[in-house]
Design a protein around this ligand. Structure first.
Ligand SMILES: *[C@@H]1O[C@H](CO)[C@@H](O)[C@H](O)[C@H]1NC(C)=O
Ligand SMILES: *[C@@H]1O[C@H](CO)[C@@H](O)[C@H](O)[C@H]1NC(C)=O
Ligand SMILES: *[C@@H]1O[C@H](CO)[C@@H](O)[C@H](O)[C@H]1NC(C)=O
Length: 398
């Protein structure tokens, strides 16, 4: 009798769990069951529907995982609710035994997938001549895609001719990347030499290196820029770095075309501040950042309003979050420095290189700094990325 009772109880327990899950299924409308460690579906193409289609994701989606931990639940964005720096067993097996400091191939994507099962790694850094085939972005207007800008992009790409990193960087078996944000938190930490040790050093907009190298390093692999953020003084461009263009508005592409063809006679209107009139770079040193990273950061990772796929109030990620998103797809290890604003100290400097105060960003129509910080906190808390300046997890008010 007992030998029958026990399996029956287990069966009942299993049935109960199924009923609970079934209820969740009906209440959420959509459910992904990842049973017993089964690999999640590669469903990015399907769920990231272009603007105009019925868009049910990510707001209406609850992802429930059934496996070793029954009912371990994911948040609205699809991230594990319970985050810690521990490696899941399969990653522990793969990476736990690497010697201290060794670059871990595939680490970022594996760790990201463990806390965000919807993550699909392949997403090229830059647009190349096959860009029109990029399904995720060809139906969105800038900044979330390139719709309406195809012709001008073709002209630009046929002039730049290069669409990747240098052969040396491409041939590395394991790439360690650091995204250097512009935050005042970088000041006086002497992290320069540590930053310079990375294989790929990403800087943003006009953030200077010269004169600040003790704190921010001296090397630059690429500088990601939009027109209003580009360095205006031609002598301040560093040599040997890629000029990576990130478009936020349609007219941004027209500006890039002028910079490439050195056509600075015609003005371009529609910028919110004065823009550079020349970029002292060869076309072969210029790239267009894949707009997918803006789209993914905004709608999927941070969960900003979809607004029918159009730019709207508070749905544009900062360039820093866009750069981190790019790195999650294209690096094996990712570190950040100079991120994190402490809103409780409005008189601290916002940037490491100028005196503008923190309070200057409080009223931003485009960004949602607090929501964005929630996303960055998840990455740091789970150990997906390393925060060299410890600004992201710092509690407000310290
Ligand atoms: C871990 O590394 C040590 C030293 O290299 C080795 O002796 C050991 O067998 C490794 N363990 C596993 C599980 O690979
Ligand atoms: C950094 O150190 C310099 C020199 O000691 C000081 O003048 C400056 O205020 C410090 N900056 C910050 C942000 O602490
Ligand atoms: C940021 O997001 C929060 C939560 O969704 C919302 O309440 C707030 O209004 C947003 N801020 C901006 C500037 O859009």
């Amino acid at each position: 009798m007992m030998s029958i009772m026990k399996p029956t109880r287990n069966l009942l327990f299993a049935l109960c769990s199924m009923l609970v899950l079934g209820f969740l299924y009906y209440s959420s409308g959509k459910l992904h069951l990842h049973v017993w460690g089964q690999k999640p579906h590669k469903d990015k193409e399907a769920t990231l529907s272009p603007a105009g289609n019925a868009y049910a994701e990510p707001e209406a989606e609850t992802v429930v995982s059934v496996g070793r931990v029954v009912g371990s639940v994911f948040d609205k964005q699809g991230f594990l609710m319970k985050l810690d720096g521990k490696l899941p067993p399969e990653l522990e097996y793969k990476y736990g035994n690497l010697s201290e400091g060794a670059c871990k191939p595939g680490y970022v994507a594996a760790k990201m997938t463990s806390i965000y099962p919807k993550f699909v790694k392949p997403a090229s850094m830059f647009l190349d001549l096959n860009f029109k085939r990029l399904k995720n972005v060809n139906n969105y207007l800038p900044p979330f895609g390139f719709k309406t800008q195809e012709n001008i992009i073709e002209v630009i790409l046929s002039a730049t001719k290069d669409y990747g990193l240098s052969p040396e960087l491409n041939s590395l078996p394991c790439r360690r990347c650091v995204i250097v944000g512009n935050g005042g938190i970088l000041s006086n930490k002497s992290l320069g030499s540590r930053i310079d040790e990375y294989d790929i050093i990403v800087r943003l907009n006009e953030a200077p290196v010269s004169g600040f190298d003790k704190d921010v390093g001296s090397k630059t692999t690429m500088r990601i820029t939009y027109p209003e953020g580009a360095i205006q003084n031609p002598s301040r461009y560093e040599k040997d770095s890629l000029f990576v263009f990130s478009a936020f508005k349609p007219q941004d592409f027209r500006w890039l075309r002028q910079m490439i063809f050195k056509d600075n006679q015609r003005g371009v209107d529609g910028f919110w501040k004065s823009v550079a009139h020349q970029v002292p770079r060869e076309p072969s040193e210029m790239r267009i950042l894949n707009p997918f990273f803006i789209q993914e950061a905004s709608f999927r990772f941070i969960g900003l309003p979809h607004n029918n796929g159009l730019m709207g109030k508070g749905n544009i990620p900062t360039l820093g979050a866009v750069a981190i998103t790019m790195a999650l797809h294209n690096c094996d290890e990712v570190a950040v420095a100079g991120f994190g604003y402490d809103m409780s100290t409005p008189h601290a400097p916002l940037h490491y290189y100028e005196k503008v105060k923190m309070s200057a960003i409080k009223e931003s129509w485009t960004h949602n700094i607090s929501k964005e910080k929630e996303f960055l906190r998840k990455l740091v808390k789970a150990g997906v990325i390393t925060d060299l300046t410890n600004g992201i997890l710092a509690p407000p008010g310290v």
